[in-house]
Design a protein around this ligand. Structure first.
Ligand SMILES: *[C@@H]1O[C@H](CO)[C@@H](O)[C@H](O)[C@H]1NC(C)=O
Ligand SMILES: *[C@@H]1O[C@H](CO)[C@@H](O)[C@H](O)[C@H]1NC(C)=O
Ligand SMILES: *[C@@H]1O[C@H](CO)[C@@H](O)[C@H](O)[C@H]1NC(C)=O
Ligand SMILES: *[C@@H]1O[C@H](CO)[C@@H](O)[C@H](O)[C@H]1NC(C)=O
Ligand SMILES: *[C@@H]1O[C@H](CO)[C@@H](O)[C@H](O)[C@H]1NC(C)=O
Length: 369
């Protein structure tokens, strides 16, 4: 059924999603996570035999969700008079999987945003899982993706470093524009979770390469290399970030506030101390740069025996302040990426953190890994 909207490739990714969903965790409390059900519920809605009553294709001119085409009961509870008319400051582009408004894919709505628009363009995305690969080009600044809740609205694809010719191109969503904002939506890469030793299995959920991006109440789901926090100034508030190895990586200058970080790295038998993951891999190249990741009042939980960060580049810089950390954090905390000279140049700090995994010194500055 999904193929009627997004094509055969998308229908295939649904199969990958169903496998991955066994590894999709939603937060309950800071240290307790349970398998997801709301997104799966959204999926079963999509595969109802009656769907879709009123297929709007890319070429359809039917935009009236109630009367312009055959009656579609899936649109009964769709807000009337939506989207609202344009104002000088704002245009809303409406996306709904069931064809209840102008666009059925997120990319089609982004394509409709004019280049170098002087206003904010809101892509309003109704609940559902959008199986597509999305790019926001540099020519389209100041776009907002407004979802209906990160547990019921998501964009998912399943490229890997191998299928996309490089980790950087594997992202389900790539943002090259400045001023990008996302609220209450999830970004997911559902490629198979790499087994130890797997090659080219990195699978990015989102790549953020534009300046001044902000994320409120968003989810980021993947395993190795989930969140490519690539470059520019970025802000994350009350977000949920899941991964295994280097699951927040890149060379951006970012603040993460009140976020929940969940590791799905391989569990290690008690008593055994082999590393199975790392939260961050910050890639600052030079002392003269001003990039780094700051985590304030975040929590870290999940599985594995993992580092807080490893030094992807010599001047890697990461601070965790007022974090609560479960006992999955390896006692040495950080790693120099097998380059002892980086011990002299990285800047890694834990400040007033709590929990079994925290270094309880008031301010633990480890420029030695
Ligand atoms: C994505 O999922 C489809 C359907 O399961 C599969 O055929 C394809 O190989 C997957 N791609 C990757 C890179 O795993
Ligand atoms: C928008 O900008 C891109 C990149 O500069 C260009 O390729 C494209 O043709 C432009 N589209 C329009 C409608 O002007
Ligand atoms: C994007 O929004 C910012 C802040 O409102 C504004 O200063 C900037 O001019 C906008 N960019 C464009 C290309 O309109
Ligand atoms: C996000 O969703 C929550 C829960 O539905 C709601 O309370 C909040 O206002 C939403 N925030 C934004 C920015 O959309
Ligand atoms: C990856 O590179 C190969 C060989 O150059 C090419 O055939 C293929 O189309 C590329 N795939 C993508 C997704 O760019």
């Amino acid at each position: 059924m999904i193929s009627q909207i997004n094509g055969g490739a998308a229908a295939a990714v649904v199969a990958a999603f169903l496998v991955f969903s066994a590894h999709l965790y939603f937060p309950t409390t800071a240290h307790l996570y349970c398998p997801a059900t709301p997104l799966l519920q959204g999926l079963s809605d999509l595969t109802e035999p009656s769907f879709p009553f009123c297929p709007l294709t890319g070429t359809s001119t039917c935009t009236d969700h109630q009367y312009g085409c055959k009656y579609n009961p899936l649109c009964d509870d769709f807000p009337p008079d939506f989207p609202p008319p344009d104002t000088p400051a704002l245009t809303v582009f409406c996306v709904d999987l069931n064809g209840c408004c102008d666009f059925t894919t997120v990319q089609a709505a982004v394509n409709a945003v004019p280049n170098h628009s002087r206003k904010r363009n809101v892509v309003w995305i109704n609940k559902g899982i959008y199986f597509e690969k999305v790019t926001v080009p540099a020519s389209k600044p100041n776009i907002t993706f407004q979802g209906q809740g990160f547990d019921i609205t998501a964009i998912a694809w399943n490229d890997t470093a191998k299928s996309a010719n490089g980790t950087f191109y594997s992202a389900s969503v790539s943002v090259f524009a400045s001023g990008f904002v996302a609220k209450n939506i999830s970004f997911i890469n559902v490629a198979p979770i790499p087994r130890p030793g797997a090659v080219d299995a990195q699978a990015v959920a989102i790549r953020i390469s534009g300046d001044q991006a902000a994320f409120w109440g968003c989810g980021f789901f993947g395993a190795q290399d989930t969140l490519h926090d690539d470059r520019g100034r970025h802000y994350f508030k009350e977000c949920f970030i899941q991964g295994s190895i280097d699951f927040i990586f890149g060379d951006a200058r970012s603040l993460y506030e009140n976020c929940r970080l969940i590791s799905i790295a391989d569990p290690v038998p008690s008593g055994q101390r082999s590393i199975t993951g790392s939260v961050t891999a910050h890639g600052r190249v030079s002392e003269d740069d001003n990039t780094g990741y700051s985590f304030v009042k975040c929590s870290i939980g999940g599985t594995g025996w993992i580092w807080l960060g490893r030094a992807w580049r010599p001047y890697s810089r990461v601070v965790f302040a007022y974090a609560s950390m479960s006992d999955i954090i390896a006692s040495e905390g950080w790693n120099d990426w097998n380059d002892p000279s980086r011990d002299q140049t990285v800047f890694y700090v834990e400040y007033k953190c709590t929990g079994d995994g925290a270094n309880l010194a008031d301010s633990a500055i480890c420029s030695e890994a």
